[in-house]
Design a protein around this ligand. Structure first.
Ligand code: ATP
Length: 440
């Protein structure tokens, strides 16, 4: 068993505060006192969250011939959730503390009430996590709808549509990014567990005989994705579930875990779901969700390998892993060592003074860089303060326009991590930054 790396016990507070202070993540409805467990992504957070999703989409869809995307509805009829098993089994064990009356998820509290310390609880009862609502102007059974608690079912219900329109054949996958909703009993740890969150899921359909191979393939591919985007290996590990702990549909599940400030916990789950989902929906809908292999003249139900990640949870892990405090020129600074692909801004353009000649050149530099990079433009405070502000939100490059620029048509490019500065001609700036941000 690998040990948990020693992390700063205040890290969660530091990142939560930074996220609020700098416009990454705000508590939702704050002017009304907040609404528990909901968050809004601010001007920097929305950039970063989009970057996380874009990095996933790039590796899953853009760079591959075997995976296509969809964007399915969030509202769904009960029939889908009956067939998928969610109506019956998508539950967590709910207990009430007999002393303080707080409600908890039994499997997360180890027998002691986190609020009052009591060990006296009611018997656990199954609490369904789906949000139920009404669709249309009439109430009643016929109008019941559910907010999806995962994006996966949209891929299964569109299996035939995608096969028919794309002419893919197993092994092939359908990817989706979108919001999911779970009425979590105890949402906690900032955006780690919230009632509204965003998922990035792949359903990868394979011939049954190849399922184990693809299961192993996706575990490695997903682990490597986090590594490639800058999470150090010592903060990641794989946790394979024991057969007795598997969900009813699963033939194998492995979690990619991250060393959160409270210990190892799930970042993403990779499951071999067998033919459970397609069979359930075939039986319930009367539409055969199978693949006809013309060459072998054989009809079969593919197995599904599902890597299921959280976009909001991944963003939080990237922030935690990137947070550093170091000393530069005798001064402590906070720096987010985010991969440039995830940073809210890749470049900040900083004119040394507000003088209009410098502003003019800054606008010119921005017009060169903006089509290629998300840029910030900051003219306030001293240049040292502005560097610190950019370090703190993870901007990899600061481009400073000074009075020499007016003479030599060159700017200073400062590197966030090394703080090294180099002088670059404006005409070479785009090529220089592109070279330092190339991706394979
Ligand atoms: P848990 O057992 O912790 O409640 P789970 O194993 O049911 O979660 P999955 O259904 O496997 O979670 O969901 C896939 C991924 O979606 C998770 O690894 C996580 O990244 C994300 N996710 C799930 N629930 C939440 C939530 N309430 N808030 C934020 N992200 C979530």
């Amino acid at each position: 068993m690998d040990s948990t790396p020693a992390l700063d016990p205040d890290l969660l507070d530091k990142v939560t505060n930074l996220a609020k202070r700098r416009g990454f993540i705000f508590p939702s409805a704050e002017i009304y006192g907040g609404f528990r467990s909901t968050y809004d992504y601010g001007p920097l957070g929305v950039n970063m969250l989009r970057n996380v999703k874009q990095a996933w989409w790039r590796s899953m869809v853009q760079m591959r011939s075997d995976i296509v995307g969809i964007d399915a509805a969030i509202l769904g009829p009960p029939a889908v959730w009956a067939a998928s098993g969610h109506l019956e089994t998508f539950t967590d064990p709910l207990v009430d503390c007999l002393k303080c009356k707080e409600r908890w998820r039994e499997d997360k509290i180890e027998g002691v009430c986190p609020n009052c310390g009591s060990d006296q609880f009611t018997e656990p009862r199954a609490f369904n996590l789906m949000f139920k609502t009404q669709a249309g102007p009439v109430e009643g059974e016929g109008a019941t709808a559910y907010l999806r608690p995962e994006t996966a079912q949209g891929m299964f219900t569109n299996f035939s549509n995608v096969l028919a329109t794309t002419r893919k054949k197993p092994p092939f996958g359908i990817a989706q990014i979108g919001k999911s909703f779970r009425n979590e009993i105890t949402p906690q740890n900032f955006v780690f567990r919230t009632r509204e969150f965003e998922q990035m899921e792949l359903e990868y359909f394979v011939p049954p005989a190849e399922a184990e191979t693809w299961y192993r393939y996706w575990i490695k591919a997903r682990y490597d994705w986090y590594l490639d985007l800058g999470i150090p290996g010592e903060l990641l590990r794989l946790h394979e579930h024991a057969p007795a702990d598997l969900s009813h549909y699963s033939r194998g599940t492995t979690d990619v875990e991250f060393a959160y400030p409270w210990g190892w916990d799930e970042l993403e789950g990779v499951a071999n779901r067998g033919d459970y989902d397609l069979t359930q929906h075939s039986n319930a809908s009367g539409t055969r969700l199978e693949y006809y292999d013309q060459a072998a003249n054989e009809r079969y139900t593919p197995y599904v390998i599902e890597p299921a990640a959280g976009a909001t949870r991944a963003m939080m892990a990237f922030l935690l892993a990137a947070y550093h405090e170091d000393v530069v020129e005798g001064e402590t600074r906070t720096v987010l060592r985010l991969d440039w692909r995830l940073a809210p801004f890749q470049v900040a353009v900083l004119p040394l003074s507000k003088k209009s000649e410098l502003e003019g050149v800054s606008e010119e530099v921005l017009s060169i860089l903006r089509p290629h990079f998300m840029c910030d433009h900051d003219v306030t405070q001293s240049i040292g303060r502005r560097y610190r502000r950019q370090d703190e939100v993870g901007t990899p490059f600061c481009v400073t326009v000074d009075f020499d620029t007016l003479e030599d048509r060159a700017v200073t490019v400062r590197d966030r991590d090394t703080t090294a500065q180099v002088r670059v001609k404006i005409e070479d700036l785009l090529a220089t930054l592109r070279e330092r941000t190339s991706q394979g």
